[in-house]
Design a binder for this molecule. Sequence first.
Ligand SMILES: Nc1ncnc2c1ncn2[C@@H]1O[C@H](CO)[C@@H](NC(=O)[C@@H](N)CO)[C@H]1O
Length: 147
Amino acid sequence: MRMLLIHSDYLEYEVKDKALKSPEPISEEQKKGRLEEVLAVFMSVEKADETNPEEVVEKAVAEIKDVASQVKADRIFVYPFAHLSSELAKPDVALKVLQRIEERLREEGFEVKRAPFGYYKAFRLSCKGHPLAELSRTIVPSGEAVS
Ligand SMILES: Nc1ncnc2c1ncn2[C@@H]1O[C@H](CO)[C@@H](NC(=O)[C@@H](N)CO)[C@H]1O
């Protein structure tokens, strides 16, 4: 799993076209979204994560919690982003991992939005620009080498 974490004044998206044959079904309301004062987390779920998705979920949640506490963010935007890795997991596994991360972050008390999975989306982001505003993390299941 590759994550790019951007502490932002806001992140907003608008769904444009399908990027998969069968993208995640979404309501009219989910076609646009915006959160202010948010830690935006762009995530590519990777092939190696398929060996132990639940472990990757827990490690990702721990990393996100750690960064959120450092930048004092209590809102998280989970953003499916297939551009951080050349070894992507299958879409059905990736969606389940991202949905579970969303659920676990809510359980941890964060306000969470997740951008729709399987679409091309326009987005606007306002990065705060402080020293911890742009971070990346790589997460691998135990026993896997980081490539
Ligand atoms: N392994 C994976 N990890 C994260 N997201 C993944 C994925 N496999 C598929 N997706 C989703 O399907 C769209 C097309 O790849 C992806 N769309 C995007 O990444 C948009 N930024 C438009 O390019 C994403 O929603």
